[in-house]
Design a protein around this ligand. Structure first.
Ligand SMILES: C=C1C[C@]23C[C@@]1(O)CC[C@H]2[C@@]12CC[C@H](O)[C@@](C)(C(=O)O1)[C@H]2[C@@H]3C(=O)O
Ligand SMILES: O=C(O)CCC(=O)C(=O)O
Ligand SMILES: [Fe+2]
Length: 292
């Protein structure tokens, strides 16, 4: 049965290459998987301590800063978003993605002021640049003027094709920071000590990761770490990511000297990322802005 979205039909040129490659190398789809990594529990930070004594607050802040410097990722509990809200978001998200592909891809389901629909990777020229997923970007400008924050609702359909495909290709986030909730399926991986580790899901926690703008702003102290999502052959997966972004004209300066990165506006940064993705299939990101 064809997948929804119709990845194989629309990206036929990429998938033909996969079957040829598998034939040539006699690779079974389940071998060489990305999924057999160490399962790692992110540093867990109880935000409740921010409302306790000064020493509790200081300890909590220190833990956040340490995790942001070393790993670029941590998870928080007692964050103030109730279980009920998260469950409602998950059920609305599942309902939205259940619409047939032709409705999701048409302008009618969400008009453009309410968000945009993305699926696969139009710029991919080979399979390693392809993401087996679909997403809605919901702008949150009304509530967060004048920023360009948005919510990205991700769905990763089961991928019977090959465990060598990504649900979402390796990338860093282009924002200040991202707040992510993932369901229990698992599949998020990040780079630690030069290798990939899998993040253990915790339904009560929100995952926070440092984005590129925070890394530039902190002059490289807080780390925007490369992460990816691996596919699952049988189970669909959902996640929701909130991207904390400034207004387009905000200039990002390093907080001290000598600065590693030249100053740039958020608009310039986003345009450069999009241009690179379009022309090379891959995001280059901050290395483009290093002062030589
Ligand atoms: C193909 C790509 C688009 C993207 C950068 C990437 O190389 C891989 C991930 C994509 C993503 C996902 C989260 C954010 O929406 C985003 C802005 C980011 O930082 O990484 C997008 C990138 C994009 O749409 O330009
Ligand atoms: O689905 C996930 O766990 C991660 C999603 C992500 O990295 C993104 O949307 O930028
Ligand atoms: Fe991301």
């Amino acid at each position: 049965m064809a997948s929804d979205p119709p990845f194989e039909q629309s990206y036929n040129h990429l998938f033909e290459a996969l079957s040829e490659d598998q034939k040539a190398k006699q690779v079974h789809p389940e071998t060489n998987s990305f999924a057999n990594n160490e399962i790692y529990e992110l540093p867990l930070i109880d935000l409740n301590r921010l409302s306790l004594t000064k020493s509790d607050q200081d300890e909590c802040k220190r833990e956040i800063a340490d995790a942001a410097k070393q790993l670029g990722f941590f998870q928080v509990v007692n964050h103030g978003v109730s279980r009920e809200i998260i469950t409602r978001l998950q059920s609305e998200q599942a309902k939205l993605f259940k619409h047939p592909f032709r409705e999701k891809a048409s302008e009618r389901l969400l008009d453009s002021s309410m968000g945009s629909y993305h699926w696969g990777t139009p710029s991919a020229t080979f399979l390693m640049q392809f993401s087996w997923s679909e997403a809605f970007h919901i702008p949150l400008r009304e509530n967060c003027l004048p920023s360009s924050c948005y919510l990205r609702l991700n769905r990763y359909p089961p991928c019977p094709k090959s465990s060598k495909l990504f649900g979402l290709v390796p990338h860093t986030d282009s924002d200040f920071l991202t707040i992510l909730h993932q369901d229990l399926v698992g599949g998020l991986q990040l780079v630690r000590d030069g290798g990939w580790i899998s993040v253990k899901p915790n339904p009560d926690a929100l995952i926070i990761n440092i984005g590129d703008l925070f890394q530039a702003w902190s002059n490289g102290v807080y780390k925007s770490i490369e992460h990816r999502v691996v596919t699952n052959p049988r189970v669909e997966r959902f996640s929701a990511a909130y991207f904390l972004c400034p207004s387009n004209d905000t200039i990002i300066h390093s907080c001290n000297q000598p600065s590693v990165y030249r100053s740039f506006s958020f608009e310039e940064y986003r345009k450069q990322v999009q241009e690179d993705v379009k022309s090379t299939g891959t995001k280059i990101g901050l290395p483009r802005f290093i002062i030589k």
